[in-house]
Design a protein. Structure first.
Ligand SMILES: O=P(O)(O)OC[C@@H](O)[C@@H](O)c1c[nH]c2ccccc12
Length: 256
């Protein structure tokens, strides 16, 4: 039985093959905006470093936001105090699009993570070409050699890398890479189960010199304050902000 992550990766392999065969031409992007530096600056100043996600839909929740407007959401997140953006570009499972990233990034000054399933360094070049300032490496999706190759491609383009893990074994593998920006996804991508305890479990095993990001299932200011007691100050939040009519106010209430 294949799980949802396996299905997504199978679709992605086909998509990448099609894109390589019919590449789009992109305008020259502006230089990378420091993604990790923006997060670290907020945490160092005693605040919360928020990666606010622009997500229309997901395989676990279906449609999340009907009046989906990436540039407006980008401006609202920035005005509400977010440090960075995460923008889903996967079409088949998240109703994302690379044009959403281009439009959202042009509408604000925040560094942007291309949230997609990276399986090939070719996608890293494409990510930079559309303006991404950081990419995601999902440890559960790749072997060590693939991860290192994708990371090297990103660094070569001046981008940061968020390395995403879900258990202690994946964290050990993540720490063999060079990036010191580690995300714990509280959602298991194979079952969709969400358990914020994952963050608490793994923060204890992460080295002090890394930017540690708690991801998924964070709903309230209280969730963040509880994590801050454990020195977790950076967060990736999508659904709970995207569901609010007033995204700017919701963002400010979450981290202000
Ligand atoms: O919407 P949430 O529960 O706040 O979660 C955001 C983000 O963590 C989630 O979208 C995510 C984390 N890692 C991923 C990998 C692929 C797709 C999506 C994700």
């Amino acid at each position: 039985m294949s799980n949802i992550l396996d299905r997504i990766l199978a679709t992605k392999r086909q998509e990448v093959a099609d894109r390589k065969a019919n590449p789009r031409a992109w305008p020259q992007p502006t230089p990378p905006r420091g993604f990790k530096a923006a997060l670290d600056a907020r945490a160092a100043a005693g605040g919360y470093g928020l990666i606010a996600e622009i997500k229309k839909a997901s395989p676990s929740k279906g449609l999340i936001r009907a009046d989906f407007d990436p540039p407006a959401h980008a401006r609202a997140y920035q005005a509400g105090g977010a440090a960075c953006l995460s923008i889903l570009t996967d079409r088949d499972y998240f109703q994302g699009h690379e044009d959403y990233l281009i439009a959202a990034r042009a509408a604000c000054d925040l560094p942007v993570l291309r949230k997609d399933f990276m399986i090939d360094p070719w996608q890293v070049e494409e990510a930079r070409a559309i303006g991404a300032d950081a990419i995601l490496i999902i440890v559960a999706a790749l072997d060590d050699g693939q991860m290192a190759e994708i990371e090297a491609a990103a660094f070569e383009q001046g981008m940061d890398v968020l390395v995403e893990v879900h258990d202690a074994q994946e964290l050990d593998r993540a720490l063999r890479l060079k990036s010191r920006m580690i995300g714990v996804n509280n959602r298991n991508l194979k079952t969709f189960e969400v358990d914020v305890q994952k963050t608490y479990e793994l923060v204890a095993r992460a080295p002090a010199n890394c930017t540690f990001v708690a991801e998924s299932g964070l709903i309230s200011r209280g969730d963040l304050d509880a994590m801050a007691e454990h020195d977790i100050r950076c967060f990736l939040i999508g659904e709970s902000l995207m569901r609010q009519q007033d995204v700017e106010a919701a963002t400010r209430n979450m981290i202000g």
